[in-house]
Structure formats: structure tokens, C-alpha cells
Write a protein of this length. Structure first.
Length: 156
């Protein structure tokens, strides 16, 4: 079962995310502030993080930056969630978010599900492309195909 960490201080949204994403088969972890969210992300390495930008203790942008600097968490896809205008989207994508979702769009649960599924699919495609690239590089370095495959998958 894929896991999603929701970092948001709004308990109503936490409940809604748990219902929507839980009913779609995801395991949901919850954090109410940036520090707790960062700690849980590092401890549990979820498959995806939904991150509010306005959080107590440590803001969403700071959490995003910390996640992307940490080798253990930098590959976790993060959906930035905000009630702020869409003008922040480009900045958050540059900081490492895979997508931006306005809280206003959450009135339609399907918008959240689409964003989550798109982010997870893109993450899996990126992992597959990286593995294929590493296999090809190992194959070039060693004409022995078994040795090349073993070298790539031993790193995983």
C-alpha cells in the first residue's frame, strides 16, 4: 500500500484528505506543523507528501527545501498546497514541488486524487528511466549482461 504524508495544520482538511485518499487505498500519515512533518518524512519515507505552505513552527517552503536537500527524502514527490494565488506556483516548482494545488480546488475531491495519481505516476516513470539509464551504463562498462544487471540492482 502506498503511503502519503499530509502536512497541514487544518484538521478539517486532514480529515477530508484521510477520507478521500484512504478510500482510494492509500495509507495516510498526518502532521500538523512543519517540524513534525519533516521529522515524519525522514522517519517513514512516504511515497508522496501533500504539503501546505502556511504552517506553524516551520513554513512549507522551508520544509520543501529541507526535504529536497536531504538525500533520504529528496526523491519523494511533493504536492504544494496553498490558499495563496497561483502566482506562487512557479516558485514552488523551482523549489522542488512536483505540482501545485490551490485549496479552492479541493472542493472537488477528484482534483486531489488526480494530483496524487499524476505525481505518483511521474515519480515511478522517473525511477524506471533512472534504472534503465544505470543498466545501460553498466552494460556498456561490462559486456556481461548478468554482471551489469547485478551491479544496477545491487545499488537499489
Amino acid at each position: 500500500m502506498l503511503s502519503i504524508l499530509v502536512i497541514d495544520d487544518n484538521q478539517s482538511l486532514q480529515l477530508a484528505f484521510t477520507k478521500i485518499l484512504g478510500s482510494a487505498g492509500y495509507h495516510i500519515g498526518l502532521a500538523s506543523d512543519g517540524e513534525e512533518g519533516l521529522r515524519l518524512a525522514r522517519e517513514n519515507i512516504p511515497d508522496l507528501i501533500v504539503l501546505d505552505m502556511l504552517l506553524p513552527k516551520l513554513g512549507g517552503v522551508e520544509v520543501l527545501r529541507a526535504l529536497k536537500r536531504d538525500p533520504a527524502t529528496k526523491k519523494i514527490p511533493v504536492i504544494a498546497l496553498s490558499g495563496l494565488p497561483r502566482s506562487n506556483e512557479a516558485k514552488l516548482l523551482r523549489e522542488g514541488a512536483v505540482s501545485y494545488l490551490e485549496k479552492e480546488r479541493l472542493e472537488e475531491p477528484v482534483a486531489l486524487l488526480h494530483a496524487v495519481e499524476d505525481a505518483l505516476m511521474q515519480s515511478r516513470q522517473d525511477e524506471f528511466q533512472q534504472a534503465a539509464f544505470e543498466f545501460k551504463a553498466a552494460e556498456v562498462a561490462s559486456p556481461n549482461h548478468e554482471a551489469a544487471a547485478s551491479a544496477v540492482f545491487a545499488q537499489k
